[in-house]
Ligand binder design. Sequence first.
Ligand SMILES: CC(C)(COP(=O)(O)OP(=O)(O)OC[C@H]1O[C@@H](n2cnc3c(N)ncnc32)[C@H](O)[C@@H]1OP(=O)(O)O)[C@@H](O)C(=O)NCCC(=O)NCCS
Length: 185
Amino acid sequence: MTECPLDLITRRLLLRIPVLEDAPDITRLAGDPEISGNTLEIPHPYDQKAAKEWIAEVSAGLRAGTEMLFAVTGRNTGELYGVIGLMDITREHSRAKLGYWIGRPYWNQGYATEAVCAVLDYGFRILSLNRIYAFYLTRNPASGRVLDKCSMRHEGVLRQHVRRGDAFEDIAVHGILRDEYLSSE
Ligand SMILES: CC(C)(COP(=O)(O)OP(=O)(O)OC[C@H]1O[C@@H](n2cnc3c(N)ncnc32)[C@H](O)[C@@H]1OP(=O)(O)O)[C@@H](O)C(=O)NCCC(=O)NCCS
């Protein structure tokens, strides 16, 4: 794939803007109930129409400057592993929310950690944000572990913050400030 100025390159990954051709892979991986069940924004079932609409929204968010989302792909293979990005980018408060998922066949190989670290670097160095935060369900400790490994701090728990089906669920918040990030380098 041709490099574009928004590509982020890490040791094993190429993070690039999602394109319509990604829709089948995104549908297959995000359609796994383990993904929708552990994220706050992915519906289940998830079909190609939803994936295509999401890809169109990514372009709109990029144009508006409110979202910067990347397909997480193998640097050498081009294989799509998942999605990551900054959402709710708010210039007034100089902050953004980090979100991500990695397809189940690729779990526990360090891909989420590698992608999160790259996006933090992008958010602080290129976008010059002051704060990046992430929400995750407290019953999903793997997500908290990824954020810990990227030096984000556990800031608290929002009790029963979301309703999923019949249950109210707790959400944990991790965050990191620009000064903390730059001084940890
Ligand atoms: C959470 C998720 C992104 C992790 O992706 P990944 O590529 O497997 O993450 P990594 O390999 O970089 O790191 C996973 C870490 O969690 C740990 N982990 C895995 N399962 C765990 C569990 N049940 N409890 C505690 N830690 C766990 C792994 O051991 C690893 O830590 P380590 O390197 O110290 O051993 C992936 O599982 C996923 O997409 N889940 C569904 C969607 C989701 O949860 N998105 C994030 C919420 S917004």
